[in-house]
Design a protein around this ligand. Structure first.
Ligand code: GLY
Ligand code: MN
Ligand code: MN
Length: 441
């Protein structure tokens, strides 16, 4: 994780956005798959962002300008649990190590919360992260309200913090960009290994295994989302992640996979022919999506509105849809009547950071926001033709292609953080000729 000064600086910026207020952030509940064996926990992204604290059963309360200003509720030391689950920081340890003003046991949340909230004007808190914390917050606010008669304080309205937090997390600093670059580099290596490994007869799961091997071998703690490894018509199912079919000759293979570094995730998609060489139809279809992606990437610079990227993708894909003969209409008609939605049903991209679909407003005061240096987002056009689409030329039926890169806006333009993965037809075919170190899998 980063130095404690990084988190302190982030909190200082938050203080300016929420004067006289407080923000409370809860960790997610421990998911119950099989409570007997446990499973890995991932900290809530904004707790990571403001504190760097990684343990479960955590509540972070920030009251800028008050004493104590930073309060962390954590699991207390417990030798028996620590024997099974590993060492905890505990109350004292967390306070010292994470530079908090005060730390309490999570079991004492209800005891302290009402008093800590009573002087604040309003509370930023996101419901539905953790039902147990929801109850504690509601009880604390209610008891602060009841105490109002005596103190004149204590009606604490609750506001959703997503927008405030989003405004901070949207702009990545040097350390965050380095983490994102590392996440992209590891993910790029995994995509390259997948290309080298794929051939007719391997399973989608084996391809995923090759990627997971690289992720772990390079020290990544977890993937940012379940990898999608879809061959043939599976590529036309947008959230396919069963990854259980066998890759066949003449299939395209769509892989959407990205891993984390320091909690920041990559989100990269490539599509390539299982056999290592594009057929003529596959090449046309692939280049149609690539053209649209390059059109959008060329526009990514400060001052351009996010919605303009969206419209550019729609326009460009409308041209390509017409050219491929998927819809026998003029490009203008396909664009204006939104006919492209049949083959391009999703958006051009999303903010990227601690979460794969990261926080941050796309519109400000009803207007699409402009790109600014430090923003990181995906550019991911795609075309997907259902296998039973009688309107489409037969050669394209069951074809799905998405190309997804991760883009950082710089002072003068952009930097493609995921540029380590081959993308043109020639580049992909060249890499696929190389031997795979996983060939015996
Ligand atoms: N992998 C999720 C997405 O592309 O949005
Ligand atoms: Mn993706
Ligand atoms: Mn994405």
């Amino acid at each position: 994780m980063f130095d404690t000064s990084t988190y302190k600086n982030r909190r200082k910026k938050l203080a300016d956005l929420i004067p006289n207020c407080a923000m409370l952030i809860s960790s997610y509940p421990v998911a119950m798959r099989n409570p007997d064996v446990g499973h890995k926990f991932r900290q809530e992204s904004s707790i990571v962002y403001f504190t760097g604290f990684e343990e479960e059963e955590t509540v972070f309360l920030y009251r800028p300008g008050r004493t104590p200003e930073t309060v962390l509720f954590v699991r207390p030391k417990d030798p028996l649990h620590e024997l099974w689950e590993g060492v905890r920081f505990g109350v004292e340890g967390a306070k010292n190590h994470f530079g908090m003003d005060a730390c309490f046991s999570i079991h004492d949340l209800d005891k302290h919360l009402s008093e800590l909230l009573s002087p604040v004007e309003k509370l930023y808190y996101k419901f539905d992260t953790n039902p147990k914390t929801d109850t504690s917050v509601l009880n604390a606010v209610e008891s602060a309200r009841r105490a109002r008669g005596r103190t004149g304080l204590g009606v604490v309205p609750i506001f959703d913090p997503t927008e405030v937090i989003g405004e901070l997390r949207l702009f990545k600093d040097r350390e965050e960009i380095a983490a994102l670059q590392r996440a992209c580099d590891i993910s790029a290596e995994a995509h390259v290994e997948a290309m080298k490994f794929a051939k007719p007869g391997v399973s989608e799961k084996q391809v995923e295994a090759v990627m997971q091997y690289i992720f772990k071998a390079r020290g990544s703690d977890r993937v940012g989302y379940d990898p999608i490894v879809g061959s043939g018509k599976n590529a036309t199912t947008l959230h396919y992640n069963e990854n259980k079919d066998t890759c066949k000759d003449f299939d395209l293979l769509l892989i959407d996979a990205g891993t984390e570094c320091k909690y920041y995730t990559a989100d990269i998609t490539r599509t390539f022919p299982v056999a290592g060489v594009f057929t003529s139809a596959q090449k046309d279809f692939y280049n149609a999506v690539l053209t649209a992606q390059m059109d959008v990437l060329d526009m990514c610079k400060p001052g351009v509105k996010f919605i303009d990227l969206q419209e550019k993708a729609r326009k460009s894909l409308s041209e390509q849809i017409s050219k491929l003969g998927l819809i026998k209409e003029r490009p203008e008609k396909i664009y204006e009547d939104k006919l492209y939605q049949k083959y391009y049903p999703h958006n051009i991209g999303h903010w990227l950071g601690l979460d794969v679909h990261d926080v941050g407003a796309y519109f400000l005061g009803g207007d699409s926001r402009e790109l600014e240096p430090g923003m990181v987002f995906t550019v991911e056009p795609g075309l997907y033709v259902p296998i039973d689409d009688q309107d489409a030329p037969e050669e394209f039926r069951g074809m799905g292609v998405r190309i997804e890169d991760n883009v950082l806006i710089t002072a003068t333009g952009n930097k493609i953080l995921s540029s380590g993965v081959p993308k043109t037809v020639d580049e992909i075919e060249e890499v696929m000729k190389l031997p795979s170190k996983f060939a015996d899998l």
